[in-house]
Design a protein around this ligand. Sequence first.
Ligand SMILES: [Zn+2]
Length: 74
Amino acid sequence: MARGKRVELVKIMVDGAEVDAKACTKCGDVKALTDFQRKQSMSCGRQPLCRTCKTKTGRGNVQRNKWTAEEAMF
Ligand SMILES: [Zn+2]
């Protein structure tokens, strides 16, 4: 097995079929690779964050920017 910080792929059962899966680096949930968007530069060819976290992160950044703007007004 290769050493280093490679993403560890595991097998999970989805609808009775075994599929490749990995743990999301944010929520820690093990999800099927189809729950991760493709990204060529990653070692496994997928984003480190699952789609759910990716969406949340996107919204979170917007909210955080808003907060920073409000704080800056003080
Ligand atoms: Zn996640």
